[in-house]
Design a protein around this ligand. Structure first.
Ligand code: IVH
Length: 678
């Protein structure tokens, strides 16, 4: 192939890939299989490797792969990004409407209603049909340049087809779907990291990563909600038509948007979604009501930062008040002492709450929460409820301030110790908000560590749940995760409520877990501050547990996105003799501790399969066995670790949806058979 031929083929491939990308990520309606899509991508990547001078920044191969930056550049917004005034009741909505009619001098206009998604506002600039700059809102006038990060979002078109203005800007909301938000927070909780308070913070945290590869791992999405400016081509004169026009250019616009003729219909739209919002895949905190006619928008103008032509009609928060009876302390996997609220049971949005998160002592003090207070509790979606703050006016004077150290038992030297093991002295490392139990052999920690080790995101040992690990610890059959691998079937079968068969299943599951990828093993060790993303980076960089464990703090810091705090924690972990002993047990048992070549050589190594619907060629157990023989793994449920979802006859909708939501490849039975032949 010569340069000219390469150029031509590259153009064809890019156009084709962009089209299928659009079908999949924007329209949610793919025309080709993922395997075919991959083939196109592979061919493009191959030619671009051969002719690197032909790579352009808008090539679909360039979505990921940009190097981390030291800091974000600044982008001046040619037109400021505004915020919105709020309405909290029907009366306030109608007040806004009456003001608008008065100022407009007419009621002859209509409305566009949209969900107010709780995410992060972005402005995307296109020059000659190419995505050139993506920026955060910042202070409205100047934002941060997050172009590389936004490129990783598949629903952001990199190049446009059709009749676009030579230069224009669109604005929209980048968000993290609810499910991804909960998963991220769960991981952070496991790591003892502060939780994201809401999906907006989580989206902002994901987008404002200096390393775009981290952004790329988070399933962010975007809805475009307005045209900023356009130069060099006339654009439609109503908001609704503009959105239709942008849709035609390939932008993702929320299908729930409605063009409505009157304020009563607006109120009706609000009522529908006030009830229906929990069923949405994203968190919406209200409805945005916009005057449709742009000419009228311009006449109504802006006061301060708030346009008079739009308003955010907010949903009520899911909150309730109740009494804080006491504050309990639980012990986490890394030894963190986690305060939690013990509440007088209260119904919040149809769910009875008895406990709620309190994060840490500083947070409790900052919010001035006292035991005995009447407090406001809040539940968002299906996350752990949290205490928002006290209702100070209800104080009686009998409330008590909480001091974590006062709640703890003391040892004979008078030092506070862990409430669970009553041995480990409690320490608070400088600069950290959490207190820790310093006893490496604390059974509460061991319990949490075994749970974490065996969890789905970890070594995935089915059957090693709460009850079993508590029992094993109590019976002295295990002291740490390393001991799991020397358990004998007979030992398990002797335990209460355990038969031959369940014992055999558990032994089998433990055996299976030996071959998990290195990144999973690193994650499951439960090193403080090392979540699954960091574990993947470490596995990629070091290739084996051995070389990871020998790495100095300096060396660890050369891995992108690993800072001094994480590096210190990892280095400290591998200096502890207890941890080295556990690793030795794992190694002795034959747990995979490196990205072994032989395993890689198997055709399905590293691939995780989920099957939905019936297959013609195999029963499920047969398919499972074939996958395993070829080095792959088989799972019941789609997670973000899933490589392929195989869809047979009558596939289940939830698995398909979940796969789509997470961007997991879906293949047909025929494609699956092809893979097995490989
Ligand atoms: S329109 C001048 N539409 O809400 C109008 N904003 O306080 C400005 N938001 O930061 C925004 N969904 O990021 C608009 N459908 C929607 C929206 C939306 C979420 C956010 C936006 C902005 C904030 C306004």
């Amino acid at each position: 192939m010569n340069v000219d031929e390469a150029k031509k083929r590259i153009e064809q491939l890019r156009a084709e890939i962009n089209y299928h990308n659009y079908r999949y990520y924007v329209l949610d309606s793919p025309e080709i299989s993922d395997a075919e899509y991959d083939r196109l991508m592979r061919e493009l990547r191959g030619i671009e490797e051969q002719f690197p001078e032909l790579v352009t920044p808008d090539s679909p191969t360039q979505r990921i792969g940009a190097a981390p930056v030291a800091a974000f550049g600044v982008v001046e917004h040619p037109l400021p990004l505004l915020s919105l005034g709020n309405a909290f009741s029907r009366d306030e909505l109608f007040d806004w409407y009456r003001r608008t009619v008065k100022l407009a001098g007419t009621s002859g206009f209509d409305f566009v209603c949209e969900h107010k998604i709780d995410g992060l506002a972005v402005a995307l600039t296109y020059v000659d049909g190419r995505f050139t700059t993506g920026a955060t809102r910042g202070d409205g006038y100047r934002g941060e340049d997050i172009t590389q990060n936004l490129k990783t979002i598949r629903s952001v078109p990199l190049s446009l087809a059709g009749d676009f203005p030579p230069r224009f800007e669109v604005r929209g909301e980048v968000y993290l779907p609810r499910s991804a938000f909960h998963r991220l927070n769960q991981e952070r909780a496991d790591q003892g990291l502060p939780l994201f308070a809401n999906p907006r913070n989580a989206a902002a945290g994901s987008v404002r990563q200096l390393d775009p590869r981290i952004t790329a791992r988070r399933p962010l999405d975007v809805y475009i909600y307005m045209l900023g400016y356009a130069e060099g081509r006339a654009v439609p004169s109503t908001h609704w038509d503009r959105m239709e026009y942008l849709k035609g250019l390939g932008f993702k616009v929320n299908p729930h948007n409605r063009l409505l003729p009157g304020i009563e219909q607006v109120a009706e739209y609000y009522r529908t979604w006030e009830e229906g919002r929990e069923g949405l895949p994203y968190e919406a905190d209200g409805v945005v009501v916009k005057v449709n006619q742009i000419e009228l928008q311009e006449r109504l103008g802006v006061v301060g930062r708030e346009p008079r032509w739009a308003i955010a009609y907010k949903f009520p928060a899911i909150q309730a008040t109740t009494r804080l009876l006491d504050i309990g302390i639980s012990v986490g996997r890394t030894g963190t002492l986690n305060p939690y609220a013990i509440l007088e049971p209260v119904a919040v949005g149809g769910v009875t709450i008895r406990q709620a998160a309190l994060h840490n002592e500083d947070d409790i003090r900052r919010k001035d929460i006292r035991i005995g207070d009447t407090v406001i509790v809040q539940r968002a979606g299906d996350v752990i409820p949290e205490v928002v703050g006290p209702v100070v006016s209800k104080r009686t004077g009998g409330e008590r301030e909480f001091r974590l150290l006062d709640k703890l038992p003391r040892n004979d030297r008078g030092k506070p110790v862990c409430p669970r093991c009553e041995r480990g002295e409690v320490v608070r490392p400088e600069g950290e908000v959490m207190y820790y139990c310093s006893n490496a052999a604390c059974p509460a920690q061991a319990h949490e560590r075994i749970q974490h080790f065996a969890s789905r995101g970890g070594m995935d040992i089915r059957g090693a749940g709460e009850a079993l690990s508590a029992l094993l610890l109590r019976e002295g059959l295990v002291r740490d995760v390393g001991d799991l691998y020397s358990l004998k079937k007979e030992q398990l079968a002797d335990l209460e409520r355990m038969g031959e068969k369940s014992a055999a299943n558990i032994i089998n599951a433990i055996e299976q877990s030996k071959g998990r990828p290195l990144a999973r093993l690193i994650f499951s060790l439960g090193i403080r501050h090392v979540g699954s993303e960091t574990a993947e980076l470490l596995a990629e960089h070091f290739g084996s547990l051995d070389s990871l464990s020998r790495a100095s703090q300096q060396e660890l810091m050369t891995v992108p996105s690993i800072g001094p705090k994480i590096a210190e924690s990892i280095a400290a972990f591998f200096q502890q003799p207890e941890n080295l002993a556990i690793i030795e047990k794992l190694r002795q048992a034959g747990v995979r501790t490196s990205e072994e070549r032989e395993v890689k050589a198997l055709p399905l190594a590293g691939a995780e399969f989920v099957i939905t619907g019936a297959l013609k060629a195999f029963t499920r157990p047969e398919a499972e066995a074939r996958i395993k023989e070829l080095g792959g793994t088989f799972k019941e449920n789609v997670t973000r670790k899933t490589t392929y979802l195989v869809a047979g006859a009558d596939p289940g909708g939830s698995k398909l949806n979940r796969a789509r939501e997470l961007g997991i490849r879906q293949i047909t039975e025929d494609e699956f058979l092809e893979l097995l032949k490989a």
